[in-house]
Design a protein around this ligand. Structure first.
Ligand SMILES: CCCCC/C=C\C/C=C\C/C=C\C/C=C\C/C=C\CCCCC(=O)SCCNC(=O)CCNC(=O)[C@H](O)C(C)(C)COP(=O)(O)OP(=O)(O)OC[C@H]1O[C@@H](n2cnc3c(N)ncnc32)[C@H](O)[C@@H]1OP(=O)(O)O
Ligand SMILES: Cc1cc2nc3c(=O)[nH]c(=O)nc-3n(C[C@H](O)[C@H](O)[C@H](O)COP(=O)(O)OP(=O)(O)OC[C@H]3O[C@@H](n4cnc5c(N)ncnc54)[C@H](O)[C@@H]3O)c2cc1C
Length: 673
């Protein structure tokens, strides 16, 4: 299924013949074992081979409305099959999650501009699973799993997305009728952005300010029916629609929503955390931020999404660079594969390393999330702020890197990279959307910086620190002296840690100085640029630290040949990182010009080694052709045939003379102006 049967381009074949490790072994690592790879291939094939999907149709040429309708049609084909497969597999919740996880990229191939049901199967279901009491679970979960109701997560408003404490939608409780009345008191209180809201779903989790006994108790989640179950008409008092064309996500059906005196029964406030007694007495949760839980889960999931988008983009860029020839390096020689230009290697190889390290981080963070959630279920919420800070930080750093890397991959494909058929535009649009949704990245970095500054104060006062920020002790212990650089992988980690701690110190000092004339909040705002830089560097520390730990474990468990590839990848990631952050490093580390030159040389040596492994690694990401969906990145490397075939499918090429010639062009040409 994953390889097509056409003859492979000879340059690409020659590259594959030189691979000196077992590609399948790498694939097994990337997907968590041979059994999981088998499952992934089975699920992919199960869905993509369905003729009813009509994947031959290139939806990019359709109108906005037709795109949406086709996306709904295809999704229903998929979800019907999903339930059939789920029953065949045994019907457990784990089976369901397994299919959903494998469907993630398959769904991208089926609906390249987004899935009009994604919020139902993610934020809506997860919120009901995690924020309800037992009675509510019993009432809603079966209807959600059976898709008898379809829902979304409606939090953001026209006026507020980041500062959710100031959302304006109100839910006012009346103990006499045991109902809430939902209202949108201003234009800016209209819900705006929720995915699938416009015309797809009939229910939503609505985040609204709870008013009871004359007091506001902050934002709380409510499950609200929006449309009639039979006619799908908006219910009385509901003003709802699609927000219109966007940079991407065209078929996600993001919507707007206003309420005018909409009645919601008492039992529809989600009551796992905060509680409202029937008489209207409000009972605070153990931690008010528990209501932000769904966002934390999705931020954790977004790291693997970033890794996979980078993996996909680098697969396209590398395969293309191994068949495209241009510009002789020695004037009298034949034109080389463009990958021979070292600048091309510099564009693509570090990206491949990032995909691998981000995957290590995603695995680490998923385990951490599970363990902190289990602690939370026993009432121990102590590590929630740590998880919040880490997920914010890595969501921001990984999606920023993702968008940058995907764009570099596009540029590395020259003019052809700008074609939609190259397959990089949807990846880029999804990457850049991820920089904004689930918390705008600057804001996410500032949340992480808050944790860093707290930890820095803790360290200065001799308190205890969580594992991931213990490097702040080293900085304080050096008492103003610089870290001495040594050119080993751990030396690079210490240098980045010193840069992160140093920048945290600068931000901290900035705040302390400004506090003398300003409030702490104003002082913190003035230090904002330093704070975001500190958080970003901290994100890189986490990535490198986890990368080192995980890759050392991997090396112990794989064949020596693959172990060498992993070692090479880790070093590539580390050296690329320190060279990119050299300005920050110089400020806090005793590093000489010779050290920097050595690092630059080391990068060239690493490229040389990686030159033969790179194709094996991207093949090992194991994106099948329908999922890659790229004229430049298909397994066979027949890029020129693919390009001309794709161009011939342009709607304009279905007739040799377009009617505009007779209507406008010819009269214009004959008019003599
Ligand atoms: C049918 C069956 C299905 C089964 C499903 C099974 C499987 C599916 C699984 C997974 C699906 C996976 C993937 C799906 C992928 C993608 C989904 C596709 C599209 C997604 C669409 C995107 C949706 C959205 O965008 S939703 C809207 C998101 N909005 C935001 O992110 C808003 C950002 N703002 C905030 O988060 C907050 O405002 C804030 C910035 C955190 C600030 O909050 P505030 O209350 O103002 O706090 P304040 O600044 O006063 O104080 C900070 C203080 O609070 C602590 N804090 C904050 N948050 C938390 C937290 N979450 N936990 C713990 N502590 C928290 C913080 O530490 C500070 O503490 P301190 O004061 O410094 O001590
Ligand atoms: C594709 C997409 C899908 C989405 N899906 C959903 C969904 O399903 N459900 C939902 O509820 N929402 C959804 N959203 C909304 C999304 O979560 C918000 O847009 C996001 O949280 C940013 O909020 P905002 O739009 O209010 O930006 P703003 O906060 O207005 O940001 C504007 C600028 O101000 C800066 N800024 C704001 N506050 C601060 C601060 N405290 N410090 C420093 N700078 C600051 C930001 O950095 C940014 O540069 C989606 C958005 C997109 C783009």
């Amino acid at each position: 299924m994953s390889k097509n049967l056409s003859i492979v381009n000879k340059d690409l074949k020659e590259e594959r013949d030189k691979i000196n490790f077992n590609v399948e072994e790498f694939t097994n690592w990337f997907y968590g074992g041979a059994e999981k790879v088998k499952e992934k291939k089975y699920i992919e094939n199960y869905f993509l081979s369905d003729k009813d999907l009509n994947l031959e149709l290139d939806t990019s040429y359709l109108s906005y409305k037709d795109k949406y309708e086709e996306a709904v049609r295809r999704s229903i084909v998929v979800y019907k099959k999903l339930y059939k497969l789920h029953n065949e597999m045994g019907g457990t919740h784990e089976d369901f999650v397994k299919i959903m996880e494998n469907l993630r990229f398959t769904m991208g191939a089926i609906n390249p501009e987004g899935n009009p049901f994604v919020l139902h199967f993610s934020m809506f279901a997860l919120t009901i699973m995690n924020m309800t009491n037992d009675e509510q679970k019993a009432e809603w979960l079966p209807r959600i799993f059976n898709c008898n109701i379809l829902g979304t997560y409606a939090q953001t408003e026209l006026g507020h997305g980041t500062y959710i404490q100031r959302l304006e939608t109100t839910a006012t409780y009346d103990p006499k009728t045991k109902e809430f009345t939902l209202n949108s008191p201003t234009l800016t209180s209209y819900k705006w952005w929720p995915g699938n809201l416009g015309h797809t779903v009939d229910h939503a989790i609505v985040m609204a300010q709870l008013y009871s006994q004359g007091k506001c108790h902050g934002i709380q989640p409510f499950i609200v029916q929006l449309r009639d179950s039979e006619t799908h008409k908006p219910l009385p008092g509901i003003d709802i629609g699609d927000i219109g064309n966007k940079v991407g996500f065209q078929t996600v059906n993001n919507g707007f929503l206003g309420f005018k005196n909409v009645k919601v029964p008492y039992k529809n406030m989600l009551m796992k955390n905060s509680k409202l007694l029937e008489d209207g007495t409000f009972i605070k949760p153990k931690n008010a931020k528990l209501n932000y839980g769904t966002m934390v889960i999705i931020r954790v999931h977004m790291i693997i999404d970033a890794a996979c988008r980078i993996a996909k983009a680098t697969t396209i860029a590398l395969r293309y660079s191994l068949v495209r020839r241009q510009s002789p390096i020695n004037p009298n020689e034949i034109e080389p594969k463009i990958i021979e230009h070292i600048t091309q290697q510099n564009k693509i190889f570090p990206g491949i390393a990032k995909a691998v390290v981000f995957k290590c981080m995603a695995d680490y963070l998923t385990k951490l999330h599970l363990s902190i959630t289990q602690e939370g279920n026993t009432g121990n919420l102590a590590r929630m702020p740590e998880l919040h800070a880490l997920s914010c930080c890595l969501k921001a750093v990984c999606t920023n890197e993702d968008a940058k890397t995907v764009e570099v991959c596009r540029l590395s494909c020259g003019g052809h990279g700008f074609l939609r058929s190259a397959g990089l535009d949807d990846v880029y649009r999804n990457s850049t959307a991820a920089q904004t949704y689930e918390g705008e990245n600057t804001v996410m970095l500032l949340q992480a910086a808050r944790f860093l500054i707290k930890s820095f104060n803790e360290a200065r006062n001799g308190g205890s620190l969580t594992e991931g920020v213990k490097y702040l002790f080293d900085f304080i212990g050096r008492n103003g002296k610089r870290e001495i650089f040594d050119n080993s992988i751990n030396g690079i980690l210490r240098a980045i840690q010193a840069a992160a701690a140093g920048r945290t110190y600068i931000a901290w000092k900035h705040i302390e100085d400004d506090k003398r004339h300003n409030s702490i909040e104003v002082a913190t705002n003035l230090a904002g640029v330093h704070l975001t830089k500190a958080a970003e560097l901290h994100g890189y520390v986490c990535l490198l630290q986890v990368g080192i730990e995980e890759i050392e474990k991997i090396i112990r468990n794989v064949s020596p040949a693959l172990g060498l590839v992993f070692k090479n990848i880790l070093e590539l990631f580390a050296v690329d990182l320190i060279l990119n952050k050299i300005g920050d490093v110089i400020q806090h580390v005793d590093i000489s010009n010779e050290d920097i030159e050595k690092l630059e040389k080391q990068m060239e040596t690493l490229f040389k080694f990686f030159r033969t492994s790179a194709i094996g690694v991207v093949d090992g990401f194991d994106f099948s052709d329908p999922i890659i969906d790229s004229t430049l990145g298909s397994y066979d490397g027949n890029v020129y045939e693919n390009l001309i075939n794709a161009a011939r499918k342009s709607p304009l090429n279905q007739e040799d003379v377009n009617r505009t010639f007779h209507l406008y062009i010819k009269p214009f040409m004959k008019s003599n102006l």
